[in-house]
Ligand binder design. Structure first.
Ligand code: B3K
Ligand code: ZN
Length: 867
């Protein structure tokens, strides 16, 4: 299929369903030669719509029989639809289909993984299980019975509550589940497997008891307690922050190693990628522990924002995703470290969403059309969507935001709604007029805000003039942009009364600050109050002042990033012109002060401040990217800092050793982060002493954070031979080859290496027994991560592009969702020189011309080629 034949779906074409399905009764007989699914649907004609035949969705279903109220009736099956005409207004439709989960390599619908059978139905996987109105505005009550071999699949799960179970002939058993809540089909789930379980209970604020269970591959129970604790903390947090209690008797999480994305919020039966469940200090890093907290919380929070109130159609995806990301961000900030949480959120946004918003796949947080909805589970819908929710809270304040959430649930509990409905609830609770704000939902592109400051000594006033533009927007309307600001004196003191949230609503607008003795230093866009590029002609001294004194830690960090960005971009130009880069003192001196004051500033903050902006983020700031020069410039600055601050780095490296037993706590994680940043800089010195230091940390570490940091530092070493690098890579694999998630780290540390031979290494690893093209985690670790390795993927000879094209084609039939994600590596191909563009175009055209291209890949590639 290609985009010529796959239809484009438009938001403007939405019409309510012609039929409702009130009740669904499903029976699964799972056997080695296929699964038989019997479905009974209680249908009711939607009398508010013109009378229409019933047209059900289905994909790869072998239809064995169909009856209406027990009678055989004529029906028409096409590749993706089943039509029945002349039905009474209410009836029961029964279908029997056979599906082949053992051959389902797409991991959408019902599929086999090592320990059993699992489902993934969002967005449109349910139609791969049975004929249905597979759209989120059709909500039904489900009962499910599962039959399977008892010895092989002792655990049988579905949404809701277990109501009956028993044994059958031939060593089989069965279990019946009832879900009392109406839900759209995308929240349906079943599991049949051999799994271990960790159980606990949670008592809600109103005194109800919820049975909690986490199911994992046998032998992995010791890697579950962190996820269980995360679940309980999320449940408590949502009660306290939003007054939202768990409505279920049973809340189950099932971990599976083969999964297309992170996790799935199926009602009462979340299915998770093992990556976001399993953790133990020796196999998971501090960042992994924190990510597990956030993903467990995210899926749990969906129970209200997504499940109780769901989306009318898939264009409204950000209604549940942006809001739920915002909620998990807030939870993570409360649980860990609010300062660094915000910094990391913005780092992610800039690394993933800003490039997306500037490239061929740019779309508003609420897209207006799509060919394949799975292509729109994006950084824009999720992360920019969360920024839009955060701006709403910034504009109306936390209390009004909470009142707006209450109002949203009061109005819409049990419904499938739109982004407008959410914003209307916020407006009703706050009295704020959001009409102009809605532009954030309608326009793609990252707005740019240019700021000019003017001090008038006579009137003692300071005027900030803000102008906005957006190259990607299709109209010229201005956005409503909240810009948090404060003014600082030259002494570094915050000027009393200068903290304001400016509401920029015009193309250009001025704001005046009075009673100032001298020209202040403005701190703009504090806490990153809007997802925009902000331009102000700061001097290096002003930035150094903000880095040292700004109490808003995000903007302190931002000042350091701006200093580093200017240095690296200037150096890139020098290197491209064949000259040596120059390094003015300001940034080095500021870094020295940070290292000297880490105890007061907080080690976690200093670690973030000393981490230079990534190459992908920097590339966005250039009209044409020379990836080699950019790579060399960034590394040269790292080397320069290492040379200038060697004493500080080694001193702190020694001083920050954690002596207590490992805990993924804020304090310890901060120390480890900064200590490992110091290690990374020391390795820039490229001497034997630093290699030995890393090798000894690698050998002695009692936790994955330190072991992996040492491995990552060594994996970047260019020297050949480097026995420490080779030894560490070999030892790591030998030690962890039976821990799939750690093997993923081993693959990724090699695919993201700076080394010039990285592509050759990646190619060799595709043939390694540890690699498996059928496992998304392995593909993401080795191949997708390589696509984000700017200098190596964008090699001048096009070898990176050719390799990626082969992989996309290899995965196209097997798993279109994963293939399509790989194809996104090409998004920014037009930012490079003509030679690279020619290679990239050839690679994209090769994919485009592949016979039988999935619509997932076809949509991405045709947009990249400008179709
Ligand atoms: N809602 C799921 C994502 C489903 C992706 C389908 N291609 C996970 C989440 O956002 O919580
Ligand atoms: Zn989500």
């Amino acid at each position: 299929m290609n985009t010529d034949t796959a239809p484009t779906i438009y938001l403007k074409d939405y019409t309510p369903p012609a039929w409702w399905i009130d009740r669904v009764d499903l029976d699964f007989v799972i056997a080695a030669d296929g699964t038989t699914v019997t479905s009974r649907l209680a249908l009711r004609r939607n009398l508010e719509q013109p009378a229409q035949p019933l047209v059900l969705d289905g994909e790869e279903l072998d239809t064995l029989s169909l009856t209406v109220d027990g009678q055989e009736v004529p029906f028409l099956v096409t590749e993706r639809t089943l039509t029945v005409d002349a039905l009474p207004d209410q009836c029961t439709l029964q279908t029997v289909v056979r599906i082949q989960p053992d051959r389902n390599t797409r991991l959408s619908g019902l599929y086999r993984s090592r320990d059993g059978y699992f489902t993934q139905c969002e967005a449109q996987g349910f139609r791969r299980i049975t004929w249905f109105l597979d759209r989120p505005d059709v909500m039904s009550v489900y009962t499910v019975t599962l039959h399977a071999d008892k010895a092989t699949f002792p655990v049988l799960l579905a949404n809701g509550n277990p109501v009956a179970a028993g044994d059958e002939a031939n060593g089989k058993h069965w279990a019946k589940w009832e879900d009392p809540f109406k839900k759209p089909a995308y929240l349906f789930a079943v599991v049949a497997g051999k799994l271990d379980v960790l159980r606990d209970t949670f008592t809600t604020a109103s005194g109800r008891t919820v049975q909690l269970a986490i199911y994992v591959e046998p032998g992995k129970l010791d890697q579950c307690p962190h996820a269980m604790a995360a679940l309980e903390k999320s449940m408590k947090w949502d009660e306290e922050r939003f007054g939202l209690e768990c409505d279920l008797d049973h809340y189950m999480i099932v971990a599976v190693g083969d999964f297309n994305m992170g996790a799935m919020e199926n009602k009462g039966l979340n299915i998770f990628n093992t990556k976001y469940v399993l953790a133990r200090p020796d196999v998971a890093t501090d960042v992994d522990f924190e990510n597990i907290d956030r993903v467990v919380a995210h899926e749990y929070f969906h129970n209200w924002t997504g499940n109780r109130v769901t989306c009318r159609e898939w264009f409204q995806l950000s209604l549940k995703e942006g809001l739920t990301v915002f909620r998990d961000q807030e939870f993570g900030a409360d649980l860990h470290n609010r300062q660094t949480a915000r910094i990391r959120e913005v780092r992610t946004l800039r690394a993933a969403q800003f490039p997306e918003d500037a490239g061929p796949m740019a779309h508003p947080i609420r897209p207006e059309s799509y060919i394949e909805i799975n292509n729109f589970y994006t950084a824009t819908v999720y992360e920019k969507g969360a920024e839009v929710i955060r701006m709403i809270q910034t504009l109306i304040g936390r209390d009004a935001f909470r009142a707006g959430m209450d109002e949203y649930f009061r109005r819409h509990d049990g419904q499938a709604v739109t982004c407008e409905d959410f914003v209307a609830a916020m407006a009703a609770a706050s009295g704020f007029d959001f009409s102009q704000f809605m532009r954030w939902y309608r326009q793609p592109g990252t707005p740019k805000v240019t700021v000019d400051g003017h001090f008038d000594p006579e009137s003692r006033s300071y005027t900030l003039t803000l102008s906005q533009s957006n190259a990607k927007a299709s109209d010229e309307q201005p956005y409503l942009i909240p810009v948090r600001v404060a003014l600082f004196a030259e002494s570094g003191a915050l000027l009393p009364g200068s903290e304001r949230t400016l509401q920029l609503t015009a193309s250009s607008q001025s704001f005046v600050f009075n009673d100032l003795a001298a020209e202040p230093v403005p701190s703009l866009l504090r806490d990153f109050s809007a997802p925009v590029y902000l331009d102000f002609a700061y001097s290096p001294e002003q930035l150094a002042l903000l880095l040292a004194h700004e109490s808003d830690s995000f903007n302190a960090w931002e000042a350091g990033q701006r200093l580093a960005t200017t240095l690296i971009l200037d150096a890139t130009a020098e290197i491209a012109a064949g000259r040596q880069p120059q390094w003015p003192e300001t940034f080095t001196a500021a870094c020295r002060r940070l290292l000297q004051t880490q105890a007061e500033r907080g080690a976690a903050f200093v670690a973030e401040a000393l981490t230079l902006p990534g190459e992908g983020t920097l590339a966005e700031l250039l009209a044409e990217v020379n990836p080699e020069a950019l790579h060399a410039a960034r590394n040269a600055l790292r080397r320069h800092l290492a040379e200038q601050l060697e004493g500080e780095f080694s001193g702190l490296y020694a001083a920050l050793t954690v002596n207590e037993p490992y805990a993924p706590s804020r304090e310890q994680a901060g120390r480890r982060a900064l200590r490992n940043v110091c290690l990374g800089y020391l390795l820039e010195l490229a001497d034997a002493a630093s290699y030995r230091l890393a090798a000894s940390q690698f050998a002695q570490a009692d936790n994955m954070t330190d072991q992996f940091a040492a491995l990552a530092a060594l994996a970047n070493v260019n020297a050949d031979p480097c026995p420490q690098r080779e030894q560490a890579l070999a030892d790591f694999y030998a030690q962890w080859q039976h821990e799939a998630l750690v093997v993923d780290k081993w693959l990724q540390v090699q695919s993201t290496s700076r080394r010039p031979d990285t592509l050759a290494t990646v190619k060799a690893l595709t043939a390694h027994p540890a690699f498996d093209l059928g496992n998304p985690n392995k593909v993401y670790a080795l191949i997708r991560a390589f696509g984000a390795n700017l200098a190596r993927f964008h090699a001048a000879d096009g070898s990176g592009y050719a390799f990626m094209a082969e992989q996309v084609i290899a995965l196209n039939d097997r798993n279109p969702q994963v293939a399509s994600r790989l194809a996104r590596s090409f998004d920014r191909w037009k930012k490079f020189d003509a030679g690279r563009q020619a290679h990239a175009r050839a690679a994209l055209e090769r994919i485009r011309d592949h016979a039988g291209l999935s619509r997932d890949v076809a949509e991405v590639v045709s947009r990249a080629l400008g179709g």
